[in-house]
Structure formats: structure tokens, C-alpha cells
Design a protein around this ligand. Structure first.
Ligand code: AMP
Length: 377
């Protein structure tokens, strides 16, 4: 089966790598003029003239990038099956829609307000109590289009720096850790869940994901599964969905955002789970049985950002798996990731520190459970 993918970055590349054993072939539609998939057939369509040719080649369409015009995805849906649907894209590309859906389904979120003027931003910061995080409702990703206000008096400056007509203002969550849950829903409505991951971000960019967490209560995993299941069922979703959450000191989960696609916080599954998120996405959209999502071993994904470091030294770490995206080095650019596996979380932490040391721009890894874990061992 030839699968059409909207977007042609590293997520598309890894989808294709997972699809070749299933005899899938891939045609990518890139609207940016800068595809990096480096695999399959890539059609560059910056002038919107090649859509018909793309659709003629593919049996069904999926995407690796959600910031696409909804009208484009709706037009494609008239011609070929699209999984997940344009409705998932419409909601996920707008933080206001996303939060409204969370509210409607009873999924807790940080307290928030929507504002359309600097004065309203100031009033919202006062009402919610500083610090607050202001985010553009659309087009933001990897921490871009955001500002933290420590005082309502900073509203005018934050408004100018974000420079967007509509913002969402959220109470700043004093979280213990950031976590995510990835689930997969098949065409018949069957759902499987991966173990949740703890995610370390620096400046809004994911640097490390670790799963399974050594200290996660089953109850918390089940709560997250309940939340993501209601989203999947509500959207009649097919494929991989990611829900990012904050875990608070009292063990509660607050939803931050969701992504209607395979996700960086699920890259650990490529080596650390029985079936990777990429393979399971492809199985789901083709109506095939979903694969086992359990973890093989404690696993940590380390993003390679900006500079490649020394790949040979990284590979010399036992049970280290390097996934390079074949991109040129540039500050802040995601160039690859390393999956580290170990028999115990103690051993895993040692490997993560050794790996971080080999990567020139990697920040210090600090997981929420480290201190407690060291004392206990
Ligand atoms: P986002 O683009 O919404 O995922 O935000 C990027 C990062 O900013 C998150 O991963 C958090 O580290 C931080 N952040 C976003 N919203 C909040 C919030 N309400 N409270 C605390 N930190 C936040």
C-alpha cells in the first residue's frame, strides 16, 4: 500500500522506516520547500499545484505535522481516507479549541483565560495570580509564541513580544514533572496505551523522555488512560494521539496540550517497547491489529539538538541506539535522538548522564525521581 504523508520531516522519515517491513511505500507532500525525510518519494508543493498528482498515487493519507490549513485536509478527505480526521487537526492546532474540548470532556487543565488585548492580558494575570504563561492560540510550538508574566505590569511587553491577536493565559503550574501518554486507536475503535513517559523540557523544547517511570502509581496511569480514551472516542480518532500533562505535588494530572500524531515523547518506543509508536500508527490507519505497547526495559530518549556530538562514542554505550535524521547542524535544530536501555533505572540514569556528556548542547538531565531513587538504592 502506498501511504500519503502530509509533511516530510523526521517524523515522516521514521514512519517510513517502520512501514517498509510491512511492505508500505510512502509519498510525502511537503509545503515548506525544506523537506528532510530523505526517504520515499517527496513531492514539493509550495505552489499548491501538485495535490491531485499526490492523491492519485496514494491509497490513504496521514500526517506528521498538524499546522496545515484545515481546508486543505477537508479537501483531501473528499478524495481519499484521511487518518486522523481533519477535525482532529482543527482542534489540535488551536489551543482555545483544545482547552474547550478538555473542559467539555471533564479533563482537568490549568485555570485559563482567553484574551484579545494587552489590557485583557493584564486583567487575566491579576485574576489568575502571577506567574502566568501567555501563549498564542495558534501557530505556537516548542515554546515559541509564549511568555511568562511574573507581574501583571509585564502585560504590555508580553503582548508585544508574542505579537498575536488572540492569546490563552494559563496559571503557572508548580508541577512535579511533565508527563505524556500516547495511545493508539484502530479503525474498529480498539485502543491501546503506552506506559506514560516523564519529559524534561528546557526552554520549551523536549530534551529527555523516560519510560516507564519507576515511581508511577497505577492509578495515575489509569487516570491518564481514561482522559485520552475519552478524547479518542469523542473524535472517532484513528492513529496515534499524544496527550501532554503536568503532574502536581498531590498526584493530580492537568492536561497541557495534545498532538494528533506520533510524538517526540514516544520515540523511546522505537527500541524500548515491543511495538513502536510509528508501527502502531501505520497498523491503525491500515485497519491492522494493534501491536503490544509494553516496555521491554527502562528506556530513556535523549534528543540530539544543534550539534551531533560524537556518534561513535554514543554508540559505544551498551544498548544505545542512535537515530540520526540526516540533517545539517544548526543551533536548536533536532538532528536525531538516542534511545538508551538498561536493566534497572539506576543503570539507566548512569547511561543518560554519560550520553548527555557526549552531546555538546545537552542540558543536565534531572528527573523528578532521582533523589528519592538514589536514597532508596
Ligand atoms: P507548550 O507549548 O504548551 O507545551 O509549553 C511549552 C513548555 O512550557 C511546557 O512543556 C512547560 O515546560 C512550560 N509550560 C507551558 N504551560 C505551562 C503552565 N501552565 N505552567 C507551567 N509551565 C508551563
Amino acid at each position: 500500500m502506498n501511504i500519503g504523508v502530509l509533511g516530510a520531516g523526521q517524523l515522516g522519515r521514521m514512519l517510513a522506516l517502520a512501514g517498509y517491513p510491512l511492505a508500505n511505500r510512502f509519498t510525502f507532500l511537503d509545503t515548506t520547500g525544506h523537506p528532510s525525510a530523505g526517504i520515499g518519494e517527496v513531492m514539493i508543493d509550495t505552489d499548491r499545484k501538485h495535490l491531485d498528482a499526490f492523491l492519485a498515487k496514494v491509497a490513504l493519507v496521514t500526517y506528521e505535522f498538524e499546522h496545515l490549513p484545515v481546508s486543505l485536509v477537508q479537501a483531501i478527505e473528499e478524495v481519499k481516507p484521511v487518518f486522523p480526521s481533519s477535525e482532529a487537526i482543527r482542534i489540535c492546532q488551536n489551543r482555545a479549541e483544545e482547552k474547550a474540548l478538555f473542559d467539555r470532556l471533564g479533563i482537568p487543565t490549568p485555570a485559563y483565560r482567553l484574551v484579545e488585548h494587552a489590557d485583557e492580558l493584564e486583567a487575566a494575570a491579576r485574576e489568575l495570580g502571577c506567574p502566568v504563561v501567555a501563549k498564542s492560540v495558534t501557530e505556537g510550538y516548542d515554546g515559541k509564541g509564549q511568555a511568562v508574566l511574573r507581574d501583571p505590569a509585564e502585560a504590555a511587553e508580553a503582548w508585544r513580544s508574542i505579537n498575536h491577536p488572540r492569546l490563552i493565559v494559563e496559571a503557572f503550574v508548580d508541577f512535579v514533572r511533565e508527563v505524556s501518554i500516547i495511545a493508539v486507536r484502530g479503525r474498529e475503535g480498539e485502543v491501546v496505551f503506552y506506559p506514560m513517559a516523564e519529559n524534561l523540557h528546557v526552554d520549551g523544547i523536549l530534551r529527555y523522555s523516560l519510560a516507564p517511570m519507576p515511581d508511577l502509581d497505577d492509578e495515575v496511569q489509569q487516570t491518564a488512560e481514561g482522559y485520552i480514551r475519552t478524547l479518542l472516542d469523542e473524535l472517532d480518532y484513528v492513529g496515534v494521539l499524544t496527550l501532554e500533562l503536568f503532574q502536581t505535588r498531590d498526584g493530580r494530572l492537568l492536561a497541557n496540550e495534545m498532538a494528533p500524531r506520533v510524538h517526540n515523547s514516544g520515540h523511546w518506543t522505537m527500541d524500548g517497547a515491543v511495538t513502536s509508536q510509528f508501527e502502531n500508527h501505520l497498523r491503525a490507519i491500515q485497519g491492522l491489529p494493534l501491536g503490544d505497547t509494553s516496555a521491554r526495559q527502562p528506556t530513556c530518549m535523549v534528543n540530539v539538538i544543534g550539534q551531533e556530538g560524537d556518534p561513535a562514542a554514543i554508540l559505544a554505550i551498551h544498548d544505545a541506539h542512535l537515530h540520526r535524521y540526516d540533517k545539517s547542524e544548526r543551533p536548536g535544530r533536532k538532528l536525531g535522538h538516542v534511545n538508551l536501555l538498561a536493566k534497572s533505572h539506576g543503570e539507566l540514569l548512569e547511561k543518560v548522564h554519560a550520553c548527555a556528556w557526549l552531546l555538546p548542547e545537552a542540558p543536565e538531565p534531572r528527573f523528578s525521581f532521582e533523589d528519592e531513587f538514589r536514597q532508596g538504592n
